[in-house]
Design a protein around this ligand. Structure first.
Ligand SMILES: [Zn+2]
Length: 488
């Protein structure tokens, strides 16, 4: 009785929630539930101006990483690395300081003067964030998907000469179901392909420009994006539109490349820092069961965003201060559990997801940090918008996901992860190592993705809290359950 009374008091004072002992796989203990307002406060701090959009390698990222490490320390979590909570890795970065883009298009008749169309950053165009400085006025060629794959009998560059010009293309492949094109769809492959053929820059045609940090700074190369609306102005003289061209490329699965009328002036002033460092930030709660504590459950989210460019900050509140806040709020609350989980739970905030998953690859390559093995990995990427969850899962974890969701009722769509594509998140390196994974997102709409408008004002504390409860329910079951079968 006295016991019960104390439990009731604890619940009243500290927000403890008793879990249902009878439910299979339930933690069967008092738990401290994640608090939506606390998660929101963390998200707001991370998306704040002092961290400047958390571009990996940038001083704003490093300051945010130190702040997160301090929180882990204050909450009493153990540091995951021999040197503390931070795991450094090389992370060169580039900041765009100024840019200017102007189209010079032929007049309606041969006698008519050239038309000058000035483009507006973020609305009409953006340099890719790792562009070198340069000022070029040059002709343009259209090169389909920008893919040269002679081994597959496919070459968007056949019959065109990109030397000294800008290469315009779409992102994607002739056949999304054909895995043989996957490597060619990597930004780095496409950029290198254009540069090797003497192009001044690759210009992606995107429906709407979004900041893109996934690529390498290449000396003398000024890659960029333009909107469909701007591409339509260029393509008008060819009596087609960006949408029609893209549809045709998909329908016929054959190269469709040609010279474009007019010229593009692209001026970029950027600052490249080749020797900067990125950090993963990680802490753990040691497992309480001596037989299981050297197995770990990894709960992770990418901490990085797109940074400050052209006088704008890309705050990355939804992508992915929100997922980072879920991980941190779970670390805070699980550290308050009166009884510790049986397996060790590692909370990790990854750097350099946006630049190509370098942080999670670094972390996964260094496993197990004294752990015998990783029992499972849960990834959260965008958790602050919408009213439900999307879930990718390794088949072995489906029962755990369903049991956790039975308490929250949040998952609207779910699909087994069967392969890792070019648009993956930080679960990918773990999945490739054979570790069972769950990847969660809120349903969105994820408006302002990679735009200056991805601010804290778009974040809904309710969905953030619900995502934390779902993630916590999955993590608790994986950390406590007998049924988790680590992949050897
Ligand atoms: Zn993301």
């Amino acid at each position: 009785m006295r016991c019960c009374l104390i439990a009731v008091l604890l619940i009243a004072l500290a927000g403890l929630t008793p879990a249902d002992d009878d439910e299979p796989g339930a933690p069967g203990r008092l738990i401290v539930a994640p608090n939506p307002i606390s998660a929101y406060s963390i998200c707001k701090i991370l998306a704040g101006p002092e961290y400047a959009g958390r571009l990996t390698g940038h001083p704003g990222y490093t300051a945010a990483a130190r702040w997160a490490a301090d929180q882990f320390r204050l909450w009493g979590l153990e540091p995951a690395f021999p040197g503390g909570y931070l795991q450094p890795f090389p992370a060169p970065h580039t900041v765009l300081e100024a840019a200017e883009a102007v189209l010079y298009l032929p007049g309606a008749t041969p006698e008519a003067p050239e038309r000058e169309v000035r483009l507006e950053p973020n609305k009409d165009y953006l340099p890719l964030s790792f562009s070198d400085s340069g000022d070029h006025t040059a002709g343009m060629v259209f090169a389909g998907w920008g893919i040269a794959a002679p081994e597959l009998g496919y070459d968007d560059y056949a019959g065109i000469d990109p030397k000294g010009k800008f290469v315009l293309c779409f992102r994607g492949t002739p056949d999304p179901a054909d895995d043989r094109f996957t490597d060619h769809d990597q930004h780095r492959t496409r950029l290198r392909t254009a540069r090797e053929r003497g192009a001044l820059g690759l210009v992606y045609i995107y429906e709407q420009p979004q900041m893109n940090t996934n690529g390498d700074w290449l000396a003398g190369f000024t890659p960029a994006e333009i909107s469909y609306a701007v591409a339509d102005k260029i393509l008008a003289a060819r009596s087609t539109t960006a949408k029609d061209l893209r549809d045709d490329l998909r329908r016929y699965r054959r190269p469709l490349s040609f010279d474009l009328p007019g010229r593009l002036r692209l001026r970029v002033v950027s600052r490249h820092v080749p020797d900067s460092q990125g950090y993963n930030i990680a802490a753990f709660i040691p497992g309480a069961d001596p037989a299981l504590r050297d197995e770990c459950v990894i709960v992770g989210a990418h901490f990085d965003g797109c940074g400050p460019h052209l006088g704008f900050i890309y705050p990355g509140a939804n992508d992915n201060a929100s997922g980072s806040a879920v991980v941190m709020e779970l670390a805070r609350t699980m550290s308050l559990w009166p009884n510790k989980p049986r397996r060790t739970v590692i909370f990790v905030l990854f750097g350099a997801e946006e630049t190509g998953l370098q942080g999670s690859h670094t972390f996964a390559a260094g496993l197990p940090y004294g752990m015998r093995q990783a029992a499972a990995m849960i990834n959260i990427d965008m958790a602050g918008a919408g009213d439900g969850a999307w879930c990718g899962y390794s088949a072995a974890l489906l029962p755990v996901v369903e049991a956790a969701d039975a308490e929250v009722g949040l998952i609207r769509n779910k699909r087994a992860i069967t392969r890792v594509g070019v648009r993956s998140s930080d679960f990918a390196p773990f999945f490739q190592l054979g570790i069972p994974c769950v990847s969660l997102s809120s349903t969105g709409p994820h408006l302002a993705y990679h735009e200056p408008g991805d601010t804290i004002y778009r974040i809904n504390p309710e969905i953030l809290g619900a995502m934390a409860r779902l993630t916590g329910g999955i993590a608790a079951r994986l950390a406590d359950g007998d049924a988790v079968q680590p992949v050897p």
